[in-house]
Write a protein that binds this ligand. Structure first.
Ligand code: NAP
Length: 280
């Protein structure tokens, strides 16, 4: 039976570390979160992000904009937040309503306030290994791996998924830690064969319980990034937890694995942004 990697406990540890640092600061780090429209999942994420800020003692602002907000209005708000001394980090919750151009919005957030690390300057910096911020979900995965005492160096790592926010940066971070990395996607010709090679398997597909025990090498570390709904509408991951935990050496559950780490890493990035601006 696999060791369960407890993302809730590790994220609580990270948040505590941040809280202790913030208590010593004269000027608190500030995060602005923008949400456009009424998407229920996004509303939950934004509430949790605001709650996370409150818990560690950050200043935070939530800007709730109506569905019909124009791009001009949204960009004007970002511009104002770019100039605000109170605000160190800006996050615009994605996805945006269809009439808004996500690329233009991501590009508008100043790179030194881009705590999601989606701006091309920050994604480029990750590529060359010289970065200030790491995208929150892959950074959370790396922290889970390191807290579990697993050394990535020399390991065969397989990442399933090549999105800009999870799969691609995930692969880069594993590479920087000297893993031998394979990226798989929907056109990979023999996914099972690739997965069975993995000492560390990171799954970010978006399909409930897609990875079953027969994809997993005995003793492998399995990190499940997926946030899906099962046939009963219950939250689950991309990995069939019950079956895979019989084969894997260590595994993250859903919920309680990668999810809680994402907010912890957002708070880490915001603290870093404040420090880089000289807040003490
Ligand atoms: P995405 O943009 O939809 O990307 C999914 C990736 O999976 C794509 O690269 C796709 O390949 C690949 N894929 C789809 N079907 C496949 C198959 N049958 N075999 C192999 N690869 C396949 O999704 P995402 O934004 O990366 O998110 C992935 C999952 O992580 C979702 O469940 C999402 O909700 C979750 N997520 C969780 C957190 C968190 O905080 N825990 C944060 C972000 C995302 P192609 O490129 O070829 O289409």
């Amino acid at each position: 039976m696999a060791t369960i990697i407890d993302g809730k406990a590790i994220s609580a540890k990270v948040r505590n570390e941040i809280k202790e640092e913030v208590e010593k600061m004269a000027v608190k780090p500030g995060l602005a979160v923008i949400i456009v429209g009424e998407d229920p999942a996004s509303q939950v994420y934004v509430r949790n992000k605001a709650k996370g800020c409150e818990e560690v003692g950050f200043y935070s602002e939530v800007h709730r904009l109506p569905e019909q907000t124009t791009e001009e209005e949204l960009l004007a708000l970002i511009e104002k937040l770019n100039e605000s001394d109170k605000i160190d980090g800006i996050l615009c919750q994605l996805p945006l309503p269809k009439h808004l151009d996500e690329k233009a919005v991501i590009n508008a957030i100043r790179a030194d306030k881009d705590v999601d690390a989606f701006h091309p300057v920050n994604t480029g910096k990750i590529m060359i290994g010289d970065y200030d911020f790491l995208p929150c979900t892959p950074a959370g995965v790396m922290r889970l791996i390191s807290e579990t005492g697993i050394d990535v160096s020399g390991k065969k790592c397989v990442v399933i998924g090549r999105s800009n926010i999870v799969g691609k940066p995930m692969a880069m971070l594993l590479l920087q830690k000297n893993g031998t990395v394979t990226i798989c996607h929907s056109r990979t010709s023999d996914l099972k064969k690739e997965c069975l090679q993995a000492d560390i398997l990171v799954v970010a597909i978006g399909k409930a319980k897609f990875i079953t025990a027969d994809y997993v090498k005995p003793g492998a570390v399995v990190i499940d990034v997926g946030m899906d709904r099962d046939e009963n509408g219950k939250l689950c991951g991309d990995v069939d937890f019950a079956g895979v935990s019989e084969v894997a050496g260590a595994i993250t559950p859903v919920p309680g694995g990668v999810g809680p780490m994402t907010i912890a890493m957002l708070l880490t990035n915001t603290l870093k942004a404040a420090r880089l601006k000289g807040k003490k």
